[in-house]
Each structure stands twice: as structure tokens, then as C-alpha cells.
Design a protein around this ligand. Structure first.
Ligand code: ADP
Ligand code: MG
Ligand code: ZN
Length: 494
């Protein structure tokens, strides 16, 4: 019997508003300070620590950000929409309930398009709702303390229909949603700090079966790679269970990235009954048509539109364009490189070939540098005009491919100018025909026997001759130019 997987994702997106959702406390650490380095319980007040007698006051920015997400995904907007209390007991939740939306969320029935080798696929969104984040327990030896800096930080939760069928589709969806919320500038997108985390619901069923199988929920996956690994493992585990005649139990599992396995956190029977009910402290959110229109007209260019524009304007492949637009900072950086190069490009260097070369440097060398050094695009030392300048030199063959990569490495790690590093590293490619011709002629004279062989039709000998010339020029000659010159001399002498 063959099986297919059914996957639905629930993604928590931390909104980057200045203040928390129901009080005036800062919602994020000061610029330059990471969540981990922020002083514990430095960003709290009577409201977000649930002191008796306090009342929540809704931050209107949160509504605007949720509207942006809803409108950008073609959702219908519900007005009024309502906050509910989700009751459970845990030390990081001082009120004893989380304020969230339940039956009446702000946005419903939208979709997100993802790219697959077979073409475009529509992933339906069931709902987008607003909620508050909880604090965090911190463990010190035998003690557990609670850090409430995160309590009351606003989130939206984006819930798909079970429309995803493979681990790759799930990671494509995660990337598309990530690109969307960073383009909308409603989320900082720092995956390590948990700004963007997915719960993956996974079930399997025999191919041809229309009923859904029992699902397992994998909690809090915050990497595009881990989501694939976690789901892959889980599908395999479930299929093996069924093949062995066992039943799948509905449960919540966690992904252990070091071992590459999912493990039980809690089974359904133990799960709490949340006793949801409308929060009497908060009025229903009423959204006018005018408010919706104001947000709609202010939406920025979205990643998919940007991708299509890169494809049509610069003739980039849809793969290249999609890689560039997974991250807004990267895509904007690319646009700025093009803007720098356009007026400076020689007429024979057309914009698509510059764009392709620039895209190659960005999506291979620069992205590799980011991964190796665990930094974000916004932290690199290189500027768009540097990368534009380097691309121009590379396309004009003033530096070789290896030369360009060496210069790029320096620009990324140390900054400085292209001109400086080209000189310092000695990677300027010799293109001056007169100079080069002299060297070629002398080398051919020194290697008369081999040159004769070449002239008599032994084409392979050219590799040796080019090698000798490269040696003499210390690698600075342009090898394809050298080859052309040798061929010319051979033709004239033959
Ligand atoms: P709940 O109300 O228990 O959270 P939902 O109906 O809201 O359940 O579904 C939560 C997520 O699980 C959604 O993304 C949905 O698409 C997905 N899902 C529901 N049933 C299944 C299933 N049998 N297999 C895989 N995913 C599922
Ligand atoms: Mg749910
Ligand atoms: Zn507060």
C-alpha cells in the first residue's frame, strides 16, 4: 500500500510594533541588543504582569499590521472581530489565560501561492488571527524563574488548510510567508530569536483515500531546513507505524534537530480544555471600509510581484528571481546594484547580462558568506555600489571570476573599495592588447617547437602555451584573450 502525506501549517509571526499589544511597554529590545542580551524583566508593567485591577488597552498598530497581512493574502476581513480568552495554567502566563481570537478572527479564507517544479500551487489560508505572546521560563540549576519581557508582545497566527503534500511544499510555503511578512515590514524576521515559528500538522493516508488520517502536531520549528527534515521524519514514522499494524495517536511532538527526530511532548488525552470565551475587558474590533482601503492602497510591492518584475525587466530565471526575493533586504540590495550599474555600463554590456552576473555573486558568494558567518544581509560591510562596481569590472573582464570572488570576500568581511582590493590583491586582468601581444610573441618565440605543433593542427598544445603566458603575467592576463591572440598569430604565420 502506498501513502500520501497531508500537511497544514500554523505560523506564529511576531509583529514588530514599538510597544506591546495591551500596554505601553517596548515590544522589542533596543536596537543592537538581542532578546538574549536584554535585561530580564526590564520591559514589564502592571498590565503585562497581570496585576489585579489592570485593564488591557488595544494597540491600534497591531490591527493595522494584521490587516496588512490579511489584505496581502486576499483574505476577507471580518468586522467586528473578537478577542477571546484561552484559559490554561503555566508559569509564563501570569493572567492564567492568553488573549487570542477564536471563533471570530480578523481575517479568513485567503491564499498564498508557492512555486513548485510543476508550476504554481495555491495554498489556502483558513484564518489569520491576532494574539499575545507569553513570557519565557528560564532555568537556573534547581530553580526556574520567569522572564516576562515577551509577555504581551503581539503575534499573528497564520493557519493554512491542509493543502500541503510534501516536506518541500511546506518549506516553500514557509519561505513564501516569510518573504511576505518581511516585505510588509510587519515582522523583523529574525528566525533564531523566534520571530517566525511554525507548527506543522502532519498526517498520512493511503493514496486514493479521501478521509484525513489522524494528525500529529510538530511544535515550534524555526528554520526552512528543519521544517523539511521534521516533516520527512514524521511521515516516515507514521507510515512505518501503520505498516506495522499500529495506530497513530493524536499528539504534540517536538523536533530534535541534533538527532533529526520528532519526540512526544504531550498526547491529546492530557491536553487541556481551554474554555474559550469572549474577553469582557476588550470591545470587539470594528473595522471600517475606509480603514481597509487606506491599508490596501499603502501596501508595498509584494515579493511575488517583485519576483515577476525581476523576471520581466532583467530576464532573470524564475529560480534566480525567487531566491533574491525570499528576503526583502537582499532583493532591495539587488535593485540598488542595478541602479548603480545602469548609467555606468558600457553599451555592449546589456542590463540582463549584468543582472545575471550580479545575481550570481549575490545568491552564491554573498549568501554563502552569510550562512558561514551566521549573519544577516543587513550586517554585511559591502554596499550595493561596491557590488555593482565589482560586477561591472567582472563583466568587462577587468577581473577574472576567481579575482572577483577574492575581492568580494574582502569587501564582505572588511569593507573598503573595489579599486583598493583589486590593486591590493593584484587581480587586475591584463587586457591591454599591445602589452599582452609583446608577451605572447616572446613566449611563442621561446617555445617555438610547441607553437609549430599547434600551427600544424595539434589544437591541444594551446593549453600549454596559454599556461606559459599566464605564468609570465603572474595570472593577470585574460586567458580567452590570450587564446585569441595565439590563434591570430598562427593564422598570420601560416
Ligand atoms: P484546531 O482547531 O484543533 O487547531 P484546525 O482545524 O484549526 O484544528 O487545524 C489546525 C491545523 O491543522 C490547520 O493548519 C489544518 O490545516 C491542519 N490539519 C487539520 N487536520 C489535519 C490532518 N488530518 N492532517 C494534517 N493537517 C491537518
Ligand atoms: Mg489551532
Ligand atoms: Zn507592560
Amino acid at each position: 500500500m502506498n501513502f500520501e502525506a497531508v500537511i497544514g501549517l500554523e505560523t506564529h509571526v511576531q509583529l514588530n510594533t514599538e510597544s506591546k499589544i495591551f500596554c505601553g511597554c517596548p515590544a522589542k529590545p533596543r536596537t543592537g541588543v538581542s532578546v538574549a542580551d536584554q535585561e530580564i524583566n526590564s520591559s514589564i508593567c502592571p498590565v503585562c504582569t497581570a496585576q489585579p485591577g489592570t485593564l488591557p488597552v488595544l494597540n491600534q498598530k497591531v490591527v493595522e499590521f494584521a490587516l496588512r497581512a490579511g489584505l496581502a493574502t486576499q483574505c476577507s476581513i471580518r468586522s467586528p472581530n473578537v478577542f477571546a480568552r484561552k484559559n490554561y495554567f503555566y508559569p509564563d502566563l501570569p493572567k492564567g489565560y492568553q488573549i487570542t481570537q477564536f471563533e471570530l478572527p480578523i481575517a479568513e479564507n485567503g491564499f498564498i501561492l508557492i512555486d513548485l517544479p510543476s508550476g504554481e500551487k495555491k495554498i489556502r489560508l483558513k484564518r489569520i488571527h491576532i494574539e499575545e505572546d507569553a513570557g519565557k521560563n528560564v532555568h537556573y540549576g534547581p530553580y526556574s524563574l520567569v522572564n516576562l519581557n515577551r509577555a504581551g508582545v503581539p503575534l499573528i497566527e497564520v493557519v493554512t488548510e491542509p493543502d500541503l503534500s510534501t516536506p518541500q511544499e511546506a518549506s516553500q510555503y514557509m519561505k513564501a510567508l516569510y518573504a511576505l511578512v518581511t516585505y510588509l515590514e510587519i515582522c523583523d524576521g529574525n528566525l533564531q530569536e523566534g520571530n517566525f515559528r511554525c507548527d506543522a500538522n502532519v498526517s498520512v493516508r493511503p493514496i486514493g483515500e479521501s478521509r484525513l488520517g489522524t494528525r500529529v502536531e510538530i511544535k515550534n520549528v524555526n528554520s526552512f531546513r528543519y521544517i523539511e527534515k521534521a516533516i520527512e521524519y514524521e511521515i516516515h514514522r507514521q507510515v512505518e507505524m501503520i505498516r506495522a499494524g499500529k495506530r497513530i495517536v493524536q499528539e504534540t511532538r517536538g523536533f530534535d534537530s541534533a538527532r533529526g527526530v520528532t519526540q512526544t511532548l504531550r498526547v491529546k488525552e492530557e491536553a487541556e480544555e481551554y474554555r474559550y470565551f469572549p474577553d469582557p475587558d476588550l470591545a470587539p474590533i470594528v473595522i471600517s471600509d475606509r480603514q481597509i482601503e487606506l491599508v490596501r492602497v499603502a501596501l508595498p510591492e509584494l515579493p511575488r510581484d517583485h519576483q515577476k518584475r525581476l523576471e520581466s525587466e532583467y530576464k532573470l530565471s524564475s529560480y534566480d528571481a525567487s531566491v533574491l526575493t525570499t528576503d526583502k533586504t537582499l532583493a532591495v540590495f539587488f535593485d540598488q546594484c542595478i541602479a548603480y550599474m545602469r548609467p555606468k555600463a558600457k553599451p555592449e554590456a546589456d542590463v540582463p547580462s549584468l543582472a545575471k552576473s550580479c545575481c550570481n555573486l549575490l545568491t552564491t558568494e554573498v549568501l554563502r558568506f552569510l550562512t558561514e558567518n551566521q549573519i544577516e544581509m543587513s550586517e554585511v560591510k559591502i554596499t550595493p555600489s561596491d557590488l555593482g562596481e565589482l560586477t561591472l569590472k567582472w563583466v568587462a573582464q577587468e577581473v577574472s571570476s576567481t579575482g572577483a570572488k577574492k575581492v568580494l570576500e574582502k569587501l564582505l568581511s572588511e569593507g573598503g573599495s573595489v579599486e583598493l582590493w583589486v590593486t591590493k590583491l593584484g587581480v587586475k586582468q591584463e587586457n591591454n592588447d599591445g602589452e599582452l601581444m609583446k608577451i605572447v610573441e616572446s613566449v611563442l618565440a621561446e617555445n617555438g617547437a610547441q607553437f609549430k605543433e599547434y600551427c600544424s593542427g595539434k589544437d591541444k598544445v594551446i593549453g600549454f602555451l596559454v599556461g606559459q603566458i599566464m605564468k609570465k603575467t603572474g595570472g593577470k592576463a585574460n586567458p580567452s584573450k590570450v587564446q585569441m591572440l595565439i590563434a591570430d598569430i598562427a593564422k598570420k604565420s601560416g
